[in-house]
Design a protein around this ligand. Structure first.
Ligand code: KG4
Ligand code: ZN
Length: 337
């Protein structure tokens, strides 16, 4: 079964074709980073317009790459939410029109489900059940994953998401957009012990997170009269340590609480090498296994949407067939329930 996936929830236009027998057949991605860079963040209207521009050529390109005709596709999966309303609408309208033209089903996919199932595209892949640590620009969640569509929320951020905290802190340090990877790069040349930031909610018994205080603590350091730009790397190092420590501790607790022995790390922040290394070390010590998607599939992409759509179809769990119900997007959409 061949499913084309369309992702347009934020600033990446992604298109891919996944075959349930042969795996990922082809993938095209266009990043809008350059478009938004001069504004220091994503401008929703510009994002929507650019998705309109890119989608037709990316779909043509992925068909060329795979040697398939549109009529050979079995379904069209698209990100229906959460994300930017206008950007989602572009992808949904395009996907539903494509599905209609080839008389196939349109599958509405939850963006976070795409992220959390994406490590299943790697080799070795985890087996259900597992705990998923979803760390993206919009969400920080710990989920107990029992199977496709069976997600139980264990804890989440009560304010900023981890990626959002990276991005906002990067801005405070004067780094260009997108801040997360830039801050991570800077932290590599930083030294520990110069600054001390809090580890928010580390002692709290819940599996919830809070990252907005961390960003405020960074602001206090930067606004101090003794602050020098040369201190940036050391502060970036300490910030990254603080986020990583909290994520690792709560992820380990989630494994203990569920009794599961596999952790899946997904979402844009899953690309962070310090986080991966710290999770590896911690999980190895307790005999648990860590899985994450290949680097290119950590941030937003069409492959994870094609894959999640195909898994839903195979499991008989297609929630909304928008071909019949009109074009539906859900800018705010909880994954559980
Ligand atoms: O999953 P994603 O592409 O988009 C959302 O669904 O939000 O995640 C993007 C987020 C951004 O906040 C970005 O700064 C962060 O992931 N990110 C990183 C790294 N690479 C991307 N954060 C820390 N370290 C990285 N290496
Ligand atoms: Zn994402």
């Amino acid at each position: 079964m061949k499913v084309i996936g369309i992702e347009s929830s934020c600033d990446e236009t992604g298109v891919a074709i996944y075959d349930s027998e042969r795996g990922l057949l082809g993938e095209q991605l266009y990043s809008q980073v350059a478009l938004h860079a001069e504004y220091g963040g994503v401008v929703p209207e510009l994002a929507s317009r650019d998705h309109i521009r890119r989608l037709p050529m990316l779909v043509r390109a992925v068909l060329r790459e795979t040697g398939l005709a549109a009529g050979e596709l079995d379904a069209v999966a698209y990100t229906a939410g959460p994300g930017l309303a206008g950007a989602l609408l572009v992808g949904a309208a395009f996907a539903c029109a494509l599905a209609c033209s080839i008389e196939r089903m349109a599958i509405a996919v939850h963006h976070l489900e795409g992220h959390l199932l994406s490590p299943l595209l790697a080799d070795p892949a985890p087996a259900f059940p597992f705990v998923a640590l979803l760390v993206s620009g919009g969400h920080t969640q710990l989920m107990a994953v029992h199977g496709v569509g069976e997600y139980h929320l264990l804890g989440e951020s009560i304010d900023d998401a981890a990626g959002e905290a990276f991005d906002k802190t990067a801005k405070l340090l004067g780094l260009p957009y997108p801040g997360g990877p830039e801050l991570a790069r800077l932290a590599q040349s930083g030294r520990g012990g110069r600054f001390r930031l809090p580890r928010p909610m580390l002692r709290d018994k819940s599996l919830d997170f809070s990252f907005s205080g961390l960003k405020t603590a960074v602001r206090h350091c930067v606004e101090n009269s003794a602050w020098q730009a040369a201190d940036s790397a050391d502060l970036a190092f300490e910030f990254e340590q603080a986020v990583v420590e909290v994520l690792v501790e709560k992820a380990a607790r989630a494994l203990t609480q569920t009794g599961f022995s596999q952790l899946v790390l997904a979402g844009g922040v899953a690309a962070n090498q310090t986080l991966r290394a710290a999770l590896h070390a911690r999980l190895e010590a307790v005999g648990a296994q860590l899985f994450y998607p290949p680097a290119a599939l950590c941030t937003d992409n069409g492959a994870m949407i094609a894959f999640a759509g195909s898994q839903r179809l195979l499991a008989g769990k297609v929630a909304v067939s928008d071909g019949q119900q009109g074009i539906v997007v859900r800018p705010r959409w909880p994954l559980q329930g």
